[in-house]
Write a new protein. Structure first.
Ligand SMILES: [Fe+2]
Length: 383
């Protein structure tokens, strides 16, 4: 993979003037010098420049050289094809801004990259600006409407100062999204703790289960962004328990077996939770709603509330089901002795293909020791 990294500031090795002074300079200069590694110590904002034209990448380096946003410099990461770009984004889920060429190895290579970043990698935070040299190829309206991009510009339009302005405002918007997301996660964590403590009295059950689910997702080959999404979204899967009548919540705390109308009522908590969570109209909210709805479904179709079977249950919910079983099985409960890893192994093998997805169980059994370490760490940091 021909991916280079580096920011060229005023001291960079470019032969052209280090700071672009006029719009006419841009896209006229040629420079083939290799980028140098970053010389600054502050963490930079990662900016990906994906373009098959080396001169455009060089001009971009020149135009953005020395730019700082909130006092932090930029780290330019470069790729020269959609394929390389996709790998670059997978490696760096924290890229603030991507400047994406539309026409590379194929006329719509840029769109392929955007779909991969947004849909496959689940990255909705990175700001994406599409740059095209052939504006007539795809109508701007259609591209903006059908793809989750933040701007669509002709290359000739993004001259030195304009490019700096676009980059500056896109990075600030990335920063704001990250701040809001951070605050949102704090609220979600707090809420998860309330659900755990006040309803299930199993704190930190939600934390342990979500850490286990994230670890399993990593083992299953999920990209980093989707792992993080799952970790946060899964902490609220039992929030529907808060809507249950007090008598049932008390029974749950004592691990009583419920029957009749009370059992029916308990079985509504996935839908109650999903209804609450789908009001959060974000990728995380949608996943959280799916997890709430499906976390008591079973691989063999004998779960609730719908009785979904096999692949009809989302892969995230199937991972969470394994994580939940592992944590619940190892947690102390009144009336029975604590279970250990050996018993857990036997239990998982038993539920393989019944309650749980056989592939996920195989993954859990293969990496059981590492997963148990993750659970212990989650329990010790949460308490
Ligand atoms: Fe539940």
């Amino acid at each position: 993979m021909n991916v280079s990294s580096g920011i060229l500031g005023a001291s960079g090795p470019l032969r052209a003037p280090p700071v672009a002074t006029g719009d006419d300079l841009i896209f006229a200069a040629e420079d083939h010098s290799a980028p140098k590694p970053p010389v600054h110590s502050e963490p930079g904002w990662k900016v990906a420049v994906v373009d098959d034209d080396e001169s455009v990448r060089a001009i971009t380096r020149l135009a953005l050289g020395g730019l700082k946003v909130d006092g932090r410099p930029l780290d330019l990461l470069e790729a020269s094809s959609a394929e390389e770009g996709i790998a670059l984004f997978a490696l760096h889920p924290d890229i603030a801004l991507g400047l994406i060429d539309m026409v590379m190895e194929a006329p719509t290579a840029g769109l392929k990259l955007i779909s991969a970043v947004r849909d496959e990698q689940g990255n909705h935070k990175t700001r994406l600006v599409v740059r095209t040299g052939q504006p007539g190829n795809l109508p701007e309206d259609r591209v903006i409407r059908d793809y989750d991009i933040n701007d669509y510009r002709e290359k000739t339009e993004l001259l030195a100062q304009k490019l700096r302005t676009v980059a500056h405002s896109a990075i600030r918007s990335f920063r704001d999204i990250a701040t809001i997301e951070h605050a949102f996660h704090d609220i979600v964590d707090l809420l998860a703790q309330v659900v755990d403590e006040k309803v299930a009295e199993q704190f930190p059950h939600a934390v342990a289960a979500s850490m286990l689910a994230a670890h399993l997702a990593r083992l299953a080959g999920f990209p980093a962004t989707r792992v993080e999404l799952l970790r946060h979204a899964s902490t609220l899967h039992d929030i529907g328990l808060m809507g249950l009548p007090k008598r049932i919540r008390e029974a749950l705390l004592k691990f009583e077996v419920l029957e009749g109308a009370e059992r029916d009522s308990l079985r509504e908590h996935p839908l109650v939770g999903a209804r609450l969570l789908q009001r959060l109209n974000t990728a995380e909210g949608r996943l959280a709603a799916t997890l709430a709805r499906e976390h008591h479904e079973r691989w063999d179709g004998r779960g609730y509330p719908v009785g979904l079977r096999g692949d009809a249950i989302s892969v995230e919910s199937r991972l969470l089901a394994v994580a939940n079983v592992m944590d619940a099985f190892l947690s102390p409960q009144p009336g029975r002795a604590s279970h250990g890893p050996l018993e857990l192994r036997a239990y998982l093998a038993d539920e393989r293909g019944r309650e749980l997805d056989p592939d996920m169980v195989d993954l859990a059994l293969l990496h059981l020791d590492a997963l148990l370490v993750t659970r212990s760490e989650a329990l010790s940091t949460a308490t």
